[in-house]
Design a binder for this molecule. Structure first.
Ligand code: LRH
Ligand code: MN
Length: 427
């Protein structure tokens, strides 16, 4: 659905004020020796992938309350992703989850995406659920299961995802497994990790040239006592063992409360093993809430580490940015648009940090000046830069307002019959 007319109509009304706000901010920044146009270019160049599983309504283990116009196929998911990208202009990459998005024809799916200016980012395998007709169950694990036949089945699934990804033009494969135990003694910690590495070596061997493998650690859930790939240190050890195409992916929700995630990011950058991110936010556990909605300062501090590495030209620094959220009570399209905007905001604010002043304060042990250098950037209202970047890229000055004006949700609610039953689970 072309929503061009709604974007243009909406932008026409907002453009004059945007120019006023933009010019005003430009004058303020010039006083700090910052050229606003440089920041707008950076905002336009920013990219974050959208999770295909994020455009449907998410749920918890208790319930999932389906919303109107739920996408029923990977093609309808792409239609919704298309709307997001038309509005915010930074999300052309789509991260697929297999088998949830298994296509009949990879070529047909690739062409459908390309016709909408979309492409496929990292592939995601799924050995945390049993599929209808599956021979062996993953109830007690997958890549680390005690039974070599189950491990082989899980390896084969990952190899299939990589092969499909190659056909779709993807350039990386993400492996998250829920393997672990619920009780002390249930899982032998050292044997399980050995099996994890043995299985991943077989998956790694299937990577085509130019393909990267991302492994995603998580403290707990679905296992509630021990998780095989539980933290960044274990992940880093495994990526070193696997080889130069393996990297550690950081999902912001996969850490214990109050863990210093920005420091983990700096570590993985320094060790040359940062894959990238699954951005979201959380208050307690892996809540998969909208990025920047609960801890915006933490998000800024993560981007402060990323921009510091980018500006320093750290060798091999090439992180993949993806959103990984579950939208239980909002319109998923609105949540993904506003979350993408929160990432661009944190990125642009991180480029506003006076790094020379910060360095002097750090080397001079002036904690107040160091914190002020960060806070001055974090408290800068860069909204005119974000809106101007969207506008210049053909997007909406106010995506949520333009989207609501478009009536897209009402239209797909008519076209797509309501999904029967609530059920439970994240998708
Ligand atoms: C696990 C996870 C993983 C995805 C899943 C949908 O919590 O973050 O990245 O496979 O969510
Ligand atoms: Mn994730």
């Amino acid at each position: 659905m072309v929503i061009r007319e709604f974007v243009d109509e909406h932008n026409r009304k907002a453009l004059e004020f945007l120019h006023q706000d933009y010019d005003h901010l430009g004058r303020q920044l010039r006083r700090r020796g910052v050229e606003i146009e440089r920041l707008t270019e950076r905002a336009m160049a920013f990219r974050v992938a959208v999770p295909s599983w994020g455009v449907g309504t998410g749920g918890t283990r208790f319930a999932r309350f389906a919303g109107p116009g739920e996408p029923r196929s990977v093609f309808e998911k792409l239609d919704d992703c298309d709307v997001i990208h038309q509005m915010v202009r930074v999300t052309p990459g789509i991260s697929l989850h297999i088998p949830w998005d298994e296509p009949e024809s990879a070529d047909e799916l690739k062409a459908y995406a390309a016709a909408r200016g979309l492409f496929f980012d990292s592939m995601n395998s799924n050995t945390f659920q049993d599929q209808p007709g599956q021979r062996l169950s993953y109830k007690f694990g997958s890549l680390t299961h005690a039974d070599p036949a189950v491990r082989a089945q899980a390896v084969a699934h990952n190899v299939h995802c990589i092969e499909l990804g190659r056909k779709l033009g993807a350039r990386s494969h993400t492996v998250w497994i829920g393997d672990g135990g619920n009780f002390p003694g249930q899982v032998h910690f050292r044997r399980a990790l050995e099996r994890y590495l043995e299985s991943l070596r077989a998956v790694y061997a299937a990577l085509p040239d130019g393909f990267r493998m991302f492994i995603e650690h998580k403290l707990y859930e679905p296992a509630f006592y021990s998780t095989v790939l539980n933290d960044w240190g274990t992940s880093y050890y495994c990526t070193r063992e696997l080889g130069e195409k393996a990297f550690s992916l950081v999902d912001l929700g996969h850490h214990a409360p109050n863990v210093n995630i920005e420091m983990i990011v700096a570590r993985l950058v320094q060790l040359g093993k940062l894959a990238g991110f699954h951005f979201n936010d959380s208050k307690y556990g892996d809540d998969d809430l909208d990025a920047g909605s609960i801890k915006p300062f933490q998000l800024f501090l993560v981007f402060n580490e990323l921009v510091d590495a980018e500006l320093e030209g750290v060798p091999g620094f090439d992180p993949a940015y993806m959103l990984d959220q579950s939208h239980n009570v909002t319109d998923p399209i609105e949540s993904l648009m506003t979350s993408a905007i929160e990432l661009v905001r944190a990125y642009v604010q991180a480029h506003l940090v006076d790094r020379a002043a910060l360095r002097d304060a750090q080397e001079g042990h002036d904690a107040i000046q160091a914190l002020q250098a960060l806070k001055q950037a974090f408290t800068a209202d860069v909204a005119p830069i974000l809106a101007m970047a969207r506008h210049r890229a053909g997007g909406a000055i106010d995506p949520v307002a333009a989207y609501r004006a478009s009536g897209y949700r009402r239209r797909v609610a008519d076209e797509r019959p309501a999904a029967a039953g609530g059920g439970a689970g994240i998708v």
